[in-house]
Design a protein around this ligand. Sequence first.
Ligand code: UDX
Ligand code: ADP
Length: 464
Amino acid sequence: MSKEFETKILCIGAGYVGGPTMAVIAEKCPNIRVCVVDINKTRIDAWNSDNLPIYEPGLDEVVKIARGRNLFFSTEIDKEITVADIIFVSVNTPTKEYGIGAGKASDLQYWEKTARAIAAASNANKIIVEKSTLPVRTAEAMERVLNSNEKGLHFEVLSNPEFLAEGTAIDDLHNPDRVLIGSMETESGIAARDKLVGVYANWVKREKIITSNVWSAELSKLVANAFLAQRISSINAVSQLCEKTFADVQEISKAIGADTRIGAKFLNSSVGFGGSCFKKDVLNLVYIAESNGLSEVAEYWEWVVKMNEHQQNRFVKNIIRALFNTIAGKKIAMFGFAFKKDTGDTRETPALHVAQQLAQEQAKITISDPKAIDNAKIDLAGINGISYEIDPYKAAQDAHAIAILTEWDLYKTLDYAKIYKSMVKPAMIFDGRNILDHQKLYKIGFNVYRIGKTPLLHSETALI
Ligand code: UDX
Ligand code: ADP
């Protein structure tokens, strides 16, 4: 291994967070050797190929610049631990599915296994950086596991939560709103923190690098996601009111978002939020509140998730009702399966809940998505009545209804007159993302159901 690099960074976990984050660090810091390891060999092989394991706009270009220069992907975990100065831990922390805290707490087994592997393979002091979202005080627990080694080594644990969003990960990493680094307030904690500040300072302005104590950093990540999810649940709650009162949720979002105290972002009413973080992090916050005897706080945040589930269920009920209260044997085309546009990720996607519920009602579902069909097939394996078709025109042929589940730009520009002609009449469209030109669709002949707006119905063909 070459000795010319000033610092050696290792990242354990080559997923949606670890892969892109390390690619950008390597791109921006040519003097630092960056290696990403994973137990999953298939994933590492994909990172070393022309077919990266995740789809993210701009990622291919960044990897091309740095891979083989100062960015490496490997399965040799112990060897890489030994040579690293700074180790980021970016393994998965799913919601615990068993025992105490089941359904809410984080499952820390992958994290703890990683901490033990680090302690076993190290023979020098190291800085350990939490990148995965973790419950508050995990850093402290991990510091104990690491520093109980019998080699007299010292591990300084920092919390550096990642705020990137999928689909815009590379932009978010290049131009972050802020970088947050939490450390112990000891001399060695502050020295470790400054070393990590130095890495980010290669491309992020110093005033955007915020430092805090380690517990604030850990909690900030959960709170940031809880606030974002809360905004969506709040506007989705309002959307239900709009549908009863002839108000228009998009007009409301615009009006309230113009208030700089509220701000315009994250006010798009939809079929509900998905993704690997929001539900998990809100429930984690709920669990922490419950564990600390704060039942009202826990209940307050739990409603963010409950409202999201209600919004998804409501979407399905509306489809069934509009299709004359029976969808058995009827073809429904689902446009989009990813949890948001510009990603193939389907974790916690509302489309999964919608597809499962429609399938239970014995609908024939055809799923179309430009990037997520492979994941959809895995998620829906074993469920009857589901087919897959990348071409949305073919997916809609002979369908009774189209349901828009993901806001892919391509769905805005389809020839809906052509699609209408190929469908069973009365043809319905359920825009779960409010992205289409509803008046135009109505003029073509569709009955148009929207989120948070009165439906546009041809009265002779609709249940009013
Ligand atoms: C989120 C956070 O934004 C990011 O900071 C954190 O690091 C990880 O979790 P991500 O889940 O990748 O990122 O995507 P995000 O853009 O936040 O969208 C989450 C979900 O909310 C998607 O299903 C999206 O469609 C939905 N959403 C978002 C809405 O329904 N309405 C909105 O106004 C915004
Ligand atoms: P995230 O969205 O947080 O990045 P992912 O599930 O995409 O989560 O990625 C986490 C990665 O961590 C997976 O590729 C998984 O194989 C890897 N991983 C889990 N446990 C370990 C471990 N003990 N050592 C190395 N890699 C691990």
